[in-house]
Design a protein around this ligand. Structure first.
Ligand SMILES: Cc1ncc(COP(=O)(O)O)c(C=O)c1O
Length: 385
């Protein structure tokens, strides 16, 4: 068996979900919304199953969806993509990431990764034969600088895998961060694989800035999106990849032999959804922002030191200033067992040298769920202090 996968321990996500079930806890560990997603988009999918095409769709995705993705990114991010040569539909962002890494990396290449990192990245990078080089981000700002990048990039760097907005920290990187990273990509002739699945889930009037739009990056960036996050339909696993033709051609070869296609009915519904009026997207952001504010207000009232939550479904608390006698994982285990609320220790998102004081909660839940969690969290800090 391959030791990279055989050697992977049971993830903390599985452990926390099992403990949440065992203790009948409010589960704020898992990152999916309570909301069922927009009804019109779900109806389109149902109609497409009943009345539409259910055989293999074209390998790069149905033309309506590729055109809808191009129009969507032109409208929202000012980007121009040729739907026939620069856009491909995949089975979730995860397939897009796996395909991009398999297609771009040769054994021995180096890949720059930012910690905290999404759990799929490292096994995929290692399985593709690359050597990971980590940039370690820290609370409260989770930002990188010239010195951190200089330590990670080398002449062997082939790819930098960049998640913006960043899960788990909820950081939205701005123009200065992107310009710095773009400079390193160009200096070291590296390709940026940009996981932008959270591009629409950003708050307080922020704008998502895609790295592919930074001067010099158009020909060396792979932009990855996910309908699952745009429409709060995380189970759909419809992803998109946008890249210049010489890159996309190679990524398409990987996609051809991983999944080949993605369910055509879901593609049709996503094509419809991407064309929805701006009000839908602003409303979605407002709703999540309201949940964030409700939960953050409650946490602060209980004395939790809450970090800035600029995007994603997550908010983090940094336990360090409280001087508790436990790390993030022990805290989460105690929280689920004694207070019946499940959260995720952020150390799980580090492959090396973890930050051990930060805990992630998902706030994309109904008011009653958030209020129930806050009720239960009442004694959590008092008893530990
Ligand atoms: C950073 C990041 N990338 C990728 C994914 C997975 O996207 P998909 O469900 O489209 O594969 C997630 C899901 O939480 C995520 O947070």
């Amino acid at each position: 068996m391959n030791p990279i996968f055989a050697g992977l321990p049971v993830s903390v996500f599985e452990v926390m979900s099992a403990l949440a079930r065992e203790h009948d806890a409010v589960n704020l560990g898992q990152g999916f919304p309570d909301d069922p997603g927009p009804e019109d988009v779900r109806r389109k999918a149902a109609e497409a199953v009943v009345d539409g095409w259910n055989q293999y769709p074209p390998m790069p995705g149905i033309p309506e969806l590729r055109r809808a993705i191009a129009a969507h990114y032109r409208h929202w991010q000012g980007l121009e993509f040729d739907p026939d040569a620069e856009i491909m539909v995949t089975s979730g962002a995860t397939e897009a990431l796996a395909g991009a890494l398999l297609a771009l990396i040769e054994p021995g290449d180096e890949v720059v990764l930012f910690q905290p990192l999404y759990d799929a990245y490292l096994p995929l990078v290692l399985r593709a034969g690359a050597v990971p080089r980590f940039v370690r981000l820290e609370p409260p700002h989770w930002r990188f600088d010239e010195a951190l990048l200089a330590r990670a990039f080398s002449p062997k760097t082939k790819v930098v895998l960049f998640n913006n907005p960043l899960n788990p920290s909820g950081t939205v990187f701005g123009a200065e961060d992107l310009a710095l990273l773009a400079g390193f990509c160009q200096r070291f002739d590296a390709i940026a694989v940009c996981d932008e699945v959270w591009e629409h889930v950003i708050f307080d009037g922020r704008r998502h800035l895609p790295l592919i739009d930074v001067p010099g990056m158009r020909e060396r960036t792979v932009k990855i999106g996910s309908a699952g996050k745009i429409f709060s339909l995380t189970g759909w696993k419809v992803g998109f990849v946008c890249a210049a033709p010489p890159i996309l051609r190679v990524l398409a070869k990987a996609h051809q032999f991983i999944t080949f296609t993605t369910p055509p009915n879901l593609q049709a519904a996503v094509a419809y959804g991407l064309g929805k009026a701006d009000a839908y997207f602003h409303g979605m952001r407002r709703d999540f922002e309201r949940s964030r504010d409700r939960f953050v207000g409650g946490l602060r009232a209980l004395g939790f030191p809450v970090l800035d939550a600029q995007g994603t479904y997550f908010v983090n608390v940094d336990l360090a200033p409280l001087g508790l006698n436990e790390d993030d994982e022990s805290f989460c285990r105690r929280l689920v067992a004694e207070h019946r609320v499940a959260a995720i220790p952020v150390s799980a998102f580090y492959a090396a040298d973890p930050i051990r004081s930060v805990v992630r909660f998902c706030f994309a839940k109904r008011d009653q769920t958030l209020d129930a969690a806050l009720d239960r969290l009442g004694g959590a800090l008092k008893r530990a202090a």
